[in-house]
Every structure is written in structure tokens, then in C-alpha cells.
Design a protein around this ligand. Structure first.
Ligand code: C2O
Ligand code: CU
Length: 426
């Protein structure tokens, strides 16, 4: 059951009133095995309609939680039974798909285990990152207004995001719902091989992630296995997931996720020995400035390579500045009269995502995963891809899941300000 209701949650030292599932932040971790059926009853005790979207899962449209597309949002006081089979193992998450509700805390991890897990590891840890505004400053509407008014004064620059980053400096950054004041500790032992599942559930923050004293071997991109790549740090956009494995040293180490292009960080501790001094969230983690993962370094496993596309379409991401707020567009259209891409079942199409704006956009497609074409050799399988300012990214989509699917920017404010289109069949 997922019980959505107004509640108070503790962020460590600070308690906030907000909306959450089962009074938890993040909501309860749902763990299942590929091929199994998930049954989750949403109980809506919020004062507003809501849905649950299973981000990254290739699902039947009626279970996707896309309000106005495939289902109506569940009204206050009502329930909805989500029942679906999970086809692929991996690291996913779920969140409300109504307005900015997920930014209030309506999100949680969804872990799909592989019945034949090829990756050997002793421990696994789930790391859910978030930026926190609601519950400190009130409603999502307040948040929206604040985003509108602060977007130009507070935007800092990030080289990794091509010069521009998010809009707002959030008061808190969280790992598994905890601020740096009272961080979470992941406990293991020296020499253990640990798998970390990192999920970015933030509304408006990309994080640069590193584990002090360790290199990370990235094994999965948005749930899909890739050829392992060892790096010091990676950047994770909103809606993206990375899994990495590493062999833990003896001591206590900072797991640091700095808010890219902003001041602030999310932080947790990885501890393998009792006595070791707890690292400080203000300490330096040199790995953050070393070798950073690039999409070009990533390659899907052979079995997950998609067939070559039969045709190419371009989607231009655009911006119109208006006094009432920005309008973020896909092929010149806004969410209320959306761009439609038509596909036939069974075909593979290449979508050229052309970012004609000065900001980056983590673009997410529902109901499918795609292959990011970084070269002729292929590239990683993903469901969310960062498109840098003024750049193009090619993604190949195999149309194997008929329905009408949301295709949108996972910067929630951009989504709310129009950057949402449709991929539909027939
Ligand atoms: Cu995670 Cu349409 O969203
Ligand atoms: Cu965007």
C-alpha cells in the first residue's frame, strides 16, 4: 500500500510538514524481482488528486500514472490499485506525476532484482538524492512562484552542464531524506564489495557524486547493464539512475553529492570500521574534481543494443520568455497543445534532441527505454538523457509498447511550464 497524505517528516535535525507516502521520506522502498507482479494500492488522503508513476518501467499505459494520458488522477479520498509486471531488473523509482507533487516528497525507490544477478557483491545500498524546498516554504505553488522570481538571480554556472544549471538554491539537499546535519550511515566491512544504486529524485538539481577514497565502477545506466567503466565521479541529472560497485577500504568515508552549479551538497557516510573518525560534510573530496563519467564512455551490453533506426525525427527544445513566466517548448508546442511523435509498432526511430536553449534538459520518455547513440558503436540504454545547452543528442527508440506516452523534461518547473510532448502509436 502507498498511503499518500499530509504529514510531518524529519530531515534529520529538522522536522517539516509536507506530503509523503506512508509518512516516510523517501516513501517505502519497493523491492521485487524481474518477471514478478507488483501490486500497490494508492490511498489518496491528500487534498488534491494524485497518481503514482513508475519511472523507467516498461509498463501498460493504464498503470503508468500519467494523468490526462492513460488514466485519470485518483481523487482525494479514493484509492487506485496499481498492478503490473516488471519486465527488466534494475534501479528505478516511483513518484507522483501531478504537478510538482513529487517535489513535496511523494517519491520512493523501486528496486527490481535480477533472478540471475551476474554482478557479485556483498552489500547493496540505495542512495536517493533530493533538493528540498517544499515543507520549508509552503506549497508547490509557492515553490513555483519562487522559482519564477529567483531563476535569474540565483542561477550559478556549471561547466559540466554547459554553462547553466538549475534555477534555485535549495535550502537543503538530501540523501534518503536526511540533511548533512544528521546524515545516513551505510555500514559495511573492509574489503566488502558494495553496490550503490543512486537515484536522482530532485526537481531541479543535478548532483556530482563521489565516494571519498574510492573509485567507482559504473555498471548500470537507468537500470540497464553497461560495460563496466571506472571513474572518480559522475553527474546525475533529475530522473537518472546509476549503479556502481566498489571494494570498500577500512575507515569511514564521505559519500558526497554536490549540487552542480549551486552551493550545497547532499552527504552520507560509508563506514567499514568502528573507530574511524566520521568525515565532515564540509570536507574536501578530491575525487569530485577528477575523472568524470561521460555518456561517450558508456556502452550497453550486447543484448541490449537496439536495431538500427528506420527513420529520424528531430525534436527541438525551445524557450519563449514571457512576462507571466517562461514557456519551454518541444517543436514549438507547449504541454497544453503538445507535440506528437507518431510511431508504428515494431519500428525503431531515431530522435534527434536539439536543445536550442541556454539551459540543459534531462529528457525522459515513458513506457520505453532508448539507446543514446554516442557513436556508431552504440551507447548506453537509458530512459532519461541530459541534453546540454545548444547541443544535439541522438536517441534510438524501439517502439514495442503501444500507448500514448509522455515525453518530457524532468526539470519539474520546465515540465510545468510546457516542456512535455507525446509519443504515440499509429
Ligand atoms: Cu519521472 Cu514523467 O517522470
Ligand atoms: Cu528542462
Amino acid at each position: 500500500m502507498l498511503w499518500a497524505r499530509p504529514t510531518t517528516v524529519s530531515l534529520g535535525r529538522r522536522t517539516v510538514s509536507t506530503w509523503a507516502y506512508d509518512d516516510l521520506l523517501p516513501g517505502p522502498t519497493i523491492r521485487t524481482t524481474a518477471g514478478d507482479t507488483v501490486r500497490a494500492r494508492l490511498v489518496n488522503d491528500l487534498p488534491a488528486p494524485t497518481t503514482v508513476h513508475w519511472h523507467g518501467i516498461r509498463i501498460a499505459p493504464e498503470m503508468d500514472g500519467s494523468p490526462g494520458f492513460s488514466q485519470r488522477a485518483t481523487p482525494p479520498g479514493k484509492t487506485f490499485d496499481y498492478v503490473f509486471t516488471v519486465p527488466d531488473p534494475g534501479t528505478y523509482f516511483y513518484h507522483s506525476h501531478v504537478g510538482m507533487q513529487s517535489d513535496r516528497g511523494l517519491y520512493g525507490a523501486l528496486i527490481v532484482e535480477d533472478p540471475h544477478e551476474p554482478l557479485g557483491y556483498d552489500h547493496e545500498f540505495t542512495v536517493v538524492l533530493d533538493d528540498w524546498l517544499d515543507g520549508v516554504n509552503g506549497t508547490p505553488d509557492d515553490a513555483l512562484r519562487r522559482v519564477n522570481t529567483t531563476m535569474h538571480d540565483e542561477s550559478l554556472t556549471s561547466p559540466a552542464l554547459g554553462g547553466t544549471s538549475g534555477h534555485v538554491r535549495y535550502p537543503y539537499y538530501l540523501v534518503n531524506g536526511r540533511t548533512t546535519d544528521d546524515p545516513m550511515t551505510f555500514t559495511s566491512r573492509p574489503g566488502a564489495r558494495a553496490r550503490f544504486r543512486v537515484i536522482n529524485a530532485a526537481a531541479d538539481t543535478a548532483f556530482r557524486v563521489a565516494l571519498g577514497g574510492h573509485r567507482m565502477t559504473v555498471t548500470h545506466t537507468d537500470g540497464f547493464p553497461c560495460e563496466p567503466v571506472t571513474v572518480d565521479t559522475f553527474l546525475i541529472g533529475m530522473g537518472e539512475r546509476y549503479d556502481f560497485v566498489t571494494t570498500l577500504d577500512a575507515g569511514a568515508f564521505p559519500l558526497m553529492a554536490t549540487a552542480e552549479g549551486k552551493r550545497g551538497r547532499a552527504f552520507a557516510v560509508v563506514r567499514t570500521t568502528h573507530g574511524a573518525r566520521t568525515p565532515s560534510p564540509d570536507g574536501k573530496v578530491p575525487e569530485l574534481q577528477r575523472q568524470m563519467l561521460k555518456y561517450q564512455d558508456l556502452q550497453a551490453e550486447r543484448a541490449d543494443q537496439l536495431p538500427p533506426p528506420s527513420r529520424t525525427v528531430t525534436v527541438t527544445l525551445g524557450l519563449r520568455m514571457r512576462r507571466g513566466g517562461n514557456q519551454w517548448m518541444m517543436n514549438g508546442r507547449l504541454a497544453n497543445d503538445p507535440m506528437r511523435l507518431r510511431v508504428d509498432r515494431g519500428e525503431t526511430i531515431r530522435i534527434v534532441l536539439h536543445n536550442d536553449t541556454h539551459m540543459w534538459h534531462p529528457m525522459h520518455l515513458h513506457g520505453h527505454t532508448f539507446q543514446v547513440r554516442t557513436s556508431d558503436r552504440g551507447g548506453p540504454r537509458k530512459d532519461t538523457v541530459n541534453v546540454m545547452p545548444r547541443k544535439r543528442v541522438n536517441i534510438d527508440v524501439h517502439a514495442d509498447n503501444p500507448g500514448e506516452w509522455m515525453f518530457h523534461c524532468h526539470t519539474l518547473i520546465h515540465q510545468e511550464q510546457g516542456m512535455m510532448g507525446i509519443l504515440g502509436y499509429g
